[in-house]
Design a protein around this ligand. Sequence first.
Ligand code: ATP
Length: 355
Amino acid sequence: MAQIRVEALDKSFADFHAVKAASFTVEDGQFLCLLGPSGCGKTTTLRMIAGLELPTAGTIRLDGEDVTMNRASARDIAFVFQLFALYPHMNVRRNIGFPLKCEGIGAAEADWRVVEVARILRISHLLDRPVSGLAGGDRQRVALGRAIVRKPKCFLMDEPLGALDTEMREAMIHELRALHDRLGATTVYVTHDQLEAMAMADMIAVMNNGVVEQIASPRDIYDRPASLFVADFIGSPPMNFLPFRGSLQAGAQAVRLGGRDVTVPAAREALPESDLVLGVRPEHVRFSDRGVLRGEVYGSEYLGTTQIVTVTTRYGALKARSPASVSFRTGENVGLDFRPDTLSIFDKTSGRAVR
Ligand code: ATP
């Protein structure tokens, strides 16, 4: 298998700067998700790794070898798209085996490899069926089969589950991850769906406006967002933001928020008086009569075991996740508290996290 290293990758289309100095490494056998909103440059980055798009600047290395200028066919990479590009006039067996035929692999070996791939994907019973009549999930398995059968060094996938309905998508998320664990192939997977990325990735690279804002494990992306953008993009509902003005020392301390002291964790470095933003996830907002902040209940959204309670405060509407068994009255005056070790602090001007 292979390590993919992307260094200072840039892509401009005429005067539009689509990807800006993207750098990241996908270690051998790792599953990396490129995650971000529509138009942030995910697909362009993937296409450059595949060799379908030439970078304006930067380097792509496969196992240390500079492949930046190599043709796609010389890269030993398999690409899986959202739209299942299957050959409609061929059956499943011939669709999966097609890449082997192109490579000139003998019929006996090709047959054996197709059967093995079909077994892994649990579509052995469909091998002689025409692809035109298959359901979405099975069509996508065939598309995956065609990628796997070549035994490429790595897989690049661009929203491969985007065309499936929710139920099928959820099932395929688990299948894809299990398949990855089994094959151990280095994978770069593009999605705009944070749940998909959270469920599947070893590492997530969050992109915004052509820039990789953060690369980290799903847990760190969620718990330690590197920027206001990441904090806002990840999590549903997203993190609450409370703007305040203050200075920070290096080390645990209290900041003044709404006339009260709020204990916050150690900042990375001291910061002079500036515009800051305190970030707190809804599940880390606690209802407490002696809370640092007071507000009025605006409403609540019932989610089964939990509810999202919206509270109007001097900092705007804050969302708190609470057990569904607790009742709240609209207009009720409540106190809110935050667990200090879970708080994020951002520099409002740069948008970067300072802790
Ligand atoms: P989506 O999920 O919508 O595909 P994305 O994050 O994958 O979004 P890209 O497809 O990489 O985004 O596109 C990034 C930006 O570059 C977009 O604004 C897009 O319009 C632009 N772009 C992509 N390809 C070209 C092209 N060939 N010519 C001009 N602009 C392009």
